[in-house]
Design a protein. Sequence first.
Length: 209
Amino acid sequence: MDPIHVRRLGRTRYEAAHALQQELLAARLDGAIGDTLLLTEHERVVTLGRGSPRGAEGATALPVVPVERGGEATWHGPGQLVAYPILLLPEAQRDLHRYLRDLEEVVIGVLASFGVEGARVEGKTGVWIGGLKVCSIGVAVRRWVTWHGLALNVDNDLADFRAFAPCGLDPNVMTRLSDHAQGVTLAATERALLASFARTFGREWVEEP
């Protein structure tokens, strides 16, 4: 299989990254580009997935953006690593539940590289450390091309979660990797994520300038 093209966007406004995803999604559907993985860190924002009930944004004073992904309300901001895979799922892997489990496996591999045991919780999408949630996952698929993705709390401030119910949960359940391991930086976590992504999906990757 062709390698996955990786683009590191740095810190972005959510709306700009979303527009880029839409552009790449259309290009992938047309066969104009290959599979692509975007890595970014957003400015502070709350996004509302398709499963969000009315008022899910709670009392947040941050910008609120409704989006196409599955799941409920979540937060993005500095210190959180966000990964958006724009992938055409092979015919033998066109199972959305399997894809979500694969994304969880990527994050579990990242945590393991820092000596932290990640886990799934039955009936809930995402990755947990003990009873605390460290990664939220919400995706969308169009003609078996994926977009949206995962948000891994690395060393972000958790205070913004307290203004609403992230993923419909008590905000006190949210944690970050830096609270469970030493030497955690966003750059080191990006490297670990790329390695784990390659292992999980059985794909090499190349970085675009």
